[in-house]
Design a protein around this ligand. Structure first.
Ligand code: UN1
Length: 499
């Protein structure tokens, strides 16, 4: 059984390379048993002012370190994460609830991101391009933005933090990080690892607190030039509006209403496995989770029957016990939201054929468990087929053909991930063209994005930016265009073109 140290039980902010005590704290609960896990600072705005001041000073120095040397730091971070993978994974399960196998997968995503972004320290490519004029050289280069703010959610508390902080740091920025207060242990661990790896003080600061106070203070602080946010659509919109007032660059990732499409020629067993994994993994609390299954009428009945059979085998319980396949929901509020959608679905005329209720586990009576749930007879306009529920809940929608399936997939306000199961190569290519999401899977579920590809989506999912992949660097860098004239005379672009 994993135990926490005193320091882990009473977390402090991390500012200017030091752990800073805060008097006002709040309790964080273990979702598996509802018991208090740690105390986390509920900081006021002075913490952001201190953090921004030290970040501002540190960033100038950090930007002057050659990028390959900045990358060395990330290699060290990656190696320490690798050594500590098991403890990090257990701490992640303790605070988030996800089953240990998935926690290990998440930590691995962070390790992969460290090595991938460290490689960028020797690339950070710009372009050279011909000039319009003779004896003139033209190029573009990436420059750090300065001090950047990152706001991360509880559902992937370490992976998403690495998607944002690692590219920011390798590109020469200083980071102020507001993690979700539901999952502060991962932030504390990552800050410790950065310190041990030798990150100069002030290059990374962790400030815990509410979005209303700390998030707003980050947006309001003029030294912080970028905000990168992952969280709910509602909060993301507010962040964008506040950043807009100050012409602050903002990158948003705000969830999805992701569908698996199952065509009449699909390998049904494979489709069932894909649905199971992406709908009920992380108890459905992934932005990429499958929450709609769009099924061709010819295979609708067999798919429903097969799904119901395998859903019975999903053992629910404490994620630290590796026999369990579905862990708890993050907290009571999360559970209440899912319960509310059970009523909404039934009132809309959907048929509840499995789950639909809270589950009590012996010796874990105060944990927040919810049974894997299937609604059938769902139509695309129902609220349960349109709104993000963030729980282990799937809606089965029947369609008559491929065109209707694509249209049903696209008729939501989100556009993160989608998937199609089919054996028809023509449909595969038509689908990857027509599915209006930032991520498309063929013959796999809607989850499992890899860190070296862009992560994000269209429509209500975001505002055009991407996390991870080389595209993450665009969020944390400015482009500079540089012209060098070596003709020894004044050449006027667009005028002296025959010179
Ligand atoms: C998220 O849910 O916000 O593709 C991140 C996936 C994971 C990341 C999910 N690699 O499901």
């Amino acid at each position: 059984m994993i135990t926490l140290t005193n320091e882990e039980e009473n977390l402090k902010n991390f500012i200017n390379g030091e752990w800073i005590e805060v008097t006002n704290k709040e309790k964080v609960y273990n979702p598996a048993n509802g018991e208090v896990l740690v105390n986390v600072p509920n900081s006021d705005t002075t913490a952001i002012h201190q953090a921004a001041e030290s970040a501002f000073l540190a960033q100038k120095e950090w930007a002057s370190v050659p990028a390959p040397q900045r990358a060395e730091l990330l290699y060290k971070v990656g190696n320490i994460m690798k050594e500590r993978k098991e403890r990090l994974s257990q701490l992640l399960t303790l605070e988030n609830g996800k089953v240990i196998e998935e926690a290990r997968g998440e930590v691995q995503e962070g390790i992969d991101m460290a090595f991938y972004m460290a490689g960028e320290g020797r690339r950070l490519f710009g372009q050279t391009t011909p000039s319009e004029l003779k004896d003139k050289f033209a190029m573009s280069q990436r420059c750090p933005v300065g001090v950047v703010g990152i706001i991360t959610p509880w559902n992937f508390p370490i992976a998403i933090a690495t998607w944002k902080s690692f590219p920011a740091i390798v590109a020469g920025n200083a980071v102020i990080w507001k993690p979700s207060s539901e999952t502060p242990l991962m932030a504390n661990e990552l800050a410790k690892i950065f310190k041990e790896a030798g990150l100069p003080k002030g290059v990374l600061q962790v400030v815990y607190g509410s979005g209303a106070t700390i998030g707003q203070a980050m947006i309001d602080h003029e030294a912080i030039r970028v905000i990168s946010f992952t969280g709910s659509n509602e909060t993301g919109r507010k962040v964008a509006m506040e950043c807009g007032k100050q012409l602050k660059k903002v990158s948003l990732e705000m969830g999805g209403k992701n569908a698996v499409i199952v065509m009449e020629d699909a390998d049904i067993d494979l489709a069932v496995e894909g649905i199971l994994w992406s709908a009920f993994g992380t108890s459905g609390q992934r932005c990429t989770a499958c929450s709609r299954v769009i099924v061709h009428k010819d295979v609708r009945d067999v798919l429903e029957q097969r799904l119901l059979e395998v859903m019975k085998d999903l053992t629910i319980g404490d994620g630290l016990d590796s026999k369990n396949k579905v862990g708890p929901i993050i907290n009571q509020a999360g559970l209440d939201k899912i319960l509310k959608y059970m009523e909404i679905g039934k009132n809309e005329g959907a048929k509840l054929v499995a789950g639909g209720k809270q589950v009590t586990i012996d010796n874990y009576e105060k944990g927040f468990y919810f049974a894997p749930t299937l609604f059938t007879d769902v139509t695309i306009d129902m609220r349960i087929a349109q709104e993000e529920i963030f729980g282990p809940v799937v809606s089965l929608i029947e369609v008559k053909d491929f065109e209707e399936a694509i249209a049903a997939n696209n008729k939501v306000k989100y556009g993160l991930s989608s998937s199609i199961f089919t054996q028809d190569v023509n449909r595969v290519f038509q689908a990857q063209r027509d599915l209006d999401t930032g991520i498309v899977y063929v013959n796999a579920g809607t989850t499992g994005a890899e860190i070296h590809l862009p992560f994000g989506g269209t429509k209500g999912t975001g505002n055009g930016h991407r996390d991870s992949g080389v595209q993450a660097l665009d969020v944390f860098t400015e482009w500079k265009a540089v012209y060098v004239d070596y003709s020894g005379r004044l050449q006027r672009a667009q005028i002296d073109t025959d010179a």
